[in-house]
Design a binder for this molecule. Sequence first.
Ligand code: EPZ
Length: 434
Amino acid sequence: MDQIVIHGGRRLVGEIPISGAKNAALPLMAASLLTADTLSLSNVPYLADITTMAHLLAQHGVVLHMNGNAENGSPENSGHGGVIDMRAETISSVVAPYDLVRKMRASVLVLGPLVARVGEAKVSLPGGCAIGTRPVDLHLQGLERLGAEIRLEEGYIHALAPRGLTGAKVVFPQVSVGATEDLLMAACLAKGETQLLNAAREPEIVDLGECLIKMGAEIEGLGTDRITIRGVAKLNGAAHAVVADRIETGTYAIAAAITGGTLELIGGRADHLAAVIKVLNEAGVTVEETPRGIKVQRSNGPVRGVDVMTEPYPGFPTDLQAQIMALMSTAEGAAMITESIFENRFMHVPELTRMGANLNVHGASAMVRGRPQLTGAEVMATDLRASVSLVLAGLAAEGETVLNRVYHLDRGYEHLEQKLAACGADIARRRAPV
Ligand code: EPZ
């Protein structure tokens, strides 16, 4: 198993290209199930989760060509900003098996498209994960509103709509990114009008909706909490470039801040990071838009402590909570960080503490008392964003940090070591000693 080794204390200076968003690419790939024509996605990041989704789609009968090579779901030749062509001419299986779904919860996004296209889906229940129990009840209730019959059998969700789905008003009791995406896709092929109320507003949902519109869908209200979809009989193929990853952008913005450096994040979108930029500005970090992206700089003294609460978009993203905690661990003063989306997303706290951070968790909040200097340590993490927060802490820490379980990072950060090393970080991947 690989490790990442960091010798901290170097200011990062330079530019980092921002990849396409994993969390946009995954639902966009699932949307290929909605049409018999080719959906061509560009700017797709080369990540383990993308490969998992490709495998899942392949076993539903989707023929995938990645960067021009027919691969049946193994994108070895995929590099930065890959192109994936997907053609679901026939759906050969409606089953999403446990082995693939347990690897990646986003697999549940095939549910809505399969029921809408062929009237049946059998998708393994995902089970819990490191950041919480993460039920899928909102996906199921929404599909039931559109007329699907849902049975839970032997660990599987069996959804049936033999005569197709019918548009309806779906009021989400809680904002859910995944449920909004699943229902948005399903409603495109339902008969009549669907309204999604209290819908999620994340840029990844807007990106999905824009691609669906290119495929012939009739959608209004993207980016608001009320999305209206008028179902059509069939969708066409389309070509679409995946939106820039706002979480990767925010992570590298924090890398600039925590190392006292200057980074230009090429392709980064300030308009997708307003809540994060506000926190960084209050902390004393400068963020400016440039013709190519955004430039982040901390040059005047330590970061100041700022309270942060995660919220659905446009609030501060839960996917940057661990990273901002690493930054606040080095701040002058204290910061209260509150996680309001997931009930168990503080798994990075004990590991950051091993690096010298002063953190106290009370329920959904962590009190962070900044320290002038973190120290390197051997650490491990349980999920993607927790892992990258330890990388950020390692970049600022004195001495050597060794990060175990690197496979978490490979799920969501394309070429992480190369991107950081190109800006002066002392970071390398090696095989863990046995
Ligand atoms: C998406 O997960 C992201 N994943 C997550 O990214 C992100 O943390 C999350 O949205 C919140 O922004 C992808 O886009 C692939 P939710 P999702 O449904 O869709 C509860 C990362 O690191 N809920 O918005 O699964 C749920 O338990 C990650 O890249 C229900 O109760 O998140 C949570 O508390 C991990 N019932 C809250 O809603 C449901 O049916 C928000 O979850 C669905 C969700």
